[in-house]
Design a protein around this ligand. Structure first.
Ligand SMILES: Nc1ncnc2c1ncn2[C@@H]1O[C@H](COP(=O)(O)OP(=O)(O)O)[C@@H](O)[C@H]1O
Ligand SMILES: [Mg+2]
Length: 255
């Protein structure tokens, strides 16, 4: 699925009725099969942007197109993974994974798909467990299986691994890359973590400023899996940091 974001702005009304712009004039594209990262500091509007792409919120101005059609609401072709693993506590792992598809009536081969994704995520031995019996890493894997079992065209991820420890983070990021390479969905991943961005993305959209706009778009063509210690990884990290510092200081001087 191709997602086009055209001159998108989002504002909220303050208590004094004045308009507070969070995002201003955002334009970029996600082509089929891309792994796009939206990178920016906390509070810059990443979740707001993702919610609009998911169809949960409407832009104040500008457009978001999915395969040429304006997004007007949520759709199962765009699946979302949140920061907190929100599982239904009284359902088992396999029931949680199947739940969304079941209530939508998307039940063709569902049992097989559930088993397939539980297997990929290393959860097959835990399929009858309840969420409170899982570690944080397993709970996140269950959410990832649930997000993918409906075979979405686009997976939207909102800092999904931020609360995990470094070891689990690094495993689950590798698993996500492998899944993306094998399942061929498009991914749009929001994060404030530069290394995570370079490890995962083939395109990094750097947000900054107030209201936030695009500072630069970095294309990364390095092979996966990426080596965080490699010279090209370090070079991209430096480039992003330098660009970020420029926008950070510009923001401080303006206020
Ligand atoms: N419903 C809302 N009403 C008013 N302000 C909001 C609302 N949602 C988000 N904001 C504001 O938008 C800004 C960006 O928030 P958010 O998108 O959550 O940032 P990020 O995900 O990058 O941390 C914040 O200043 C937040 O207060
Ligand atoms: Mg957020």
């Amino acid at each position: 699925m191709k997602i086009e974001i055209e001159r998108l702005s989002k504002s909220y009304q303050k208590i004094d009725k004045s308009e507070h712009f969070v995002l201003k004039d955002i334009t970029f594209q996600m082509n089929k099969g891309d792994f796009v990262i939206v990178l920016g500091e906390s509070g810059c509007g990443k979740t707001t942007l993702l919610n609009m792409i998911a169809g949960f919120e409407k832009p104040t101005s500008g457009k978001i197109l999915a395969n040429g059609k304006e997004i007007v609401g949520a759709h199962p072709s765009r699946s979302i993974l949140f920061q907190q693993p929100a599982l239904i506590p009284w359902l088992t792992v396999e029931e949680n994974v199947a739940y969304g598809c079941k209530i939508r009536g998307d039940v063709d081969n569902l049992d097989y798909r559930v088993i397939q994704f539980l297997e990929i995520m290393g959860l097959i031995g835990y399929s009858k467990e309840k969420p409170n019996e899982l570690s944080m890493g397993m709970a996140h894997r269950t959410c990832l299986a649930r997000a993918l079992v409906g075979l979405p065209e686009v997976l939207l991820l909102d800092e999904p691994f931020a609360a995990l420890d470094t070891f689990t983070q690094s495993h689950i990021r590798e698993e996500l890359v492998n899944l993306w390479l094998s399942e061929k969905f498009s991914a749009l991943f929001v994060t404030h973590d530069i290394d995570e961005a370079i490890f995962l993305g083939n395109k990094i959209v750097l947000l900054g400023g107030e209201p936030a706009g695009i500072q630069e778009i970095f294309e990364i063509n390095d092979q996966y899996p990426r080596d965080m210690a490699s010279s090209s990884f370090k070079k991209i990290r430096d480039d992003i940091l330098n660009r970020f510092k420029m926008s950070y200081f510009a923001k401080r001087i303006l206020v």
